[in-house]
Design a protein around this ligand. Structure first.
Ligand code: ATP
Length: 237
């Protein structure tokens, strides 16, 4: 079976500095996969390299069997990969509805009304705030908006960069609960997180990244039970 996304020995550089070293990983259709690692390990770089920003200097990034490592970000987005970026970068001066409409750009707006209703069911708070400017919303609400906006392009693969960053524990639980519902609908999710506990509990499989290399992989449960992972990312408990 062809993986939905596969990294084969991908190298990425920022100038002379190598940020990713021969990274290999696979994500099968319908899976939820977590990439965990410390600050600066290279997790965001890996996600951004899927859109060619930065470009892979070596190796291949295969999406449904096709090497996309030389394709434009627009090509990647319009072929079914959407990202909710780190720091939940929503358009601050736009309303919730306007932000959601921006998410349809890769595919056009023919499903916009229908999909907006779907987002309001998944994230009821966004319905209540549909006319509110994004900058006036809480961090958790903005995170939900960033995820919903990504979903408006009807992705086959949803990329999430640190959805729990800077949010209160209760809000983090809500967001992971929604991600669990989304995964149950068959959505393929690739999640980058420092919050290893939540990420691994949600995920079918996980990868651990250290200094730009994949050090360890396994099922979510295996990694949660691994003593090295517990010591490094779960406070040793
Ligand atoms: P964080 O959780 O802080 O986002 P991360 O695991 O996502 O961490 P990256 O942001 O991918 O890590 O960074 C990986 C390495 O590449 C770090 O050493 C970082 O300093 C470096 N780096 C990231 N972006 C750039 C850039 N634009 N120019 C030069 N170096 C960069």
């Amino acid at each position: 079976m062809t993986a939905l996304l596969e990294f084969r020995e991908v190298d990425v550089f920022y100038g002379p500095i190598q940020a990713l070293h021969k990274v290999s990983l696979t994500i099968e259709e319908g899976e939820t996969v977590a990439l965990i690692g410390a600050n600066g390990a290279g997790k965001s770089t890996l996600l951004m390299s899927i859109f060619g920003q930065p470009r892979a200097a070596g190796g291949q990034i295969l999406y449904r069997g096709q090497d996309i490592s030389r394709k434009s970000a627009h090509f990647v987005a319009s072929n079914g990969i959407a990202q909710s970026p780190e720091g939940r970068r929503v358009f601050p001066d736009m309303s919730v509805e306007e932000n959601l409409l921006m998410g349809t750009i890769p595919i056009g707006n023919q499903y916009a009304a229908e999909d907006m209703q779907r987002m309001f069911e998944l994230f009821p708070v966004l319905k209540e705030r549909r006319n509110q400017r994004a900058m006036t919303m809480s961090g958790g609400e903005q995170q939900m908006l960033a995820i919903a906006r990504a979903l408006m392009s009807r992705p086959k693969l949803l990329l999430l960069d640190e959805p729990s960053l800077g949010l209160a524990p209760l809000v983090v639980r809500q967001i992971f609960q929604t991600l669990r519902e989304l995964a149950k609908t068959g959505m393929t999710i690739f999640l980058v997180e420092q919050n290893a506990n939540h990420a691994l509990k949600l995920s079918d499989r996980g990868y651990v990244m250290v200094n730009g290399e994949i050090r360890l992989s396994g099922t979510g449960a295996e990694l949660l039970g691994n003593q090295d992972v517990r010591n490094a990312y779960l406070g040793g408990h």
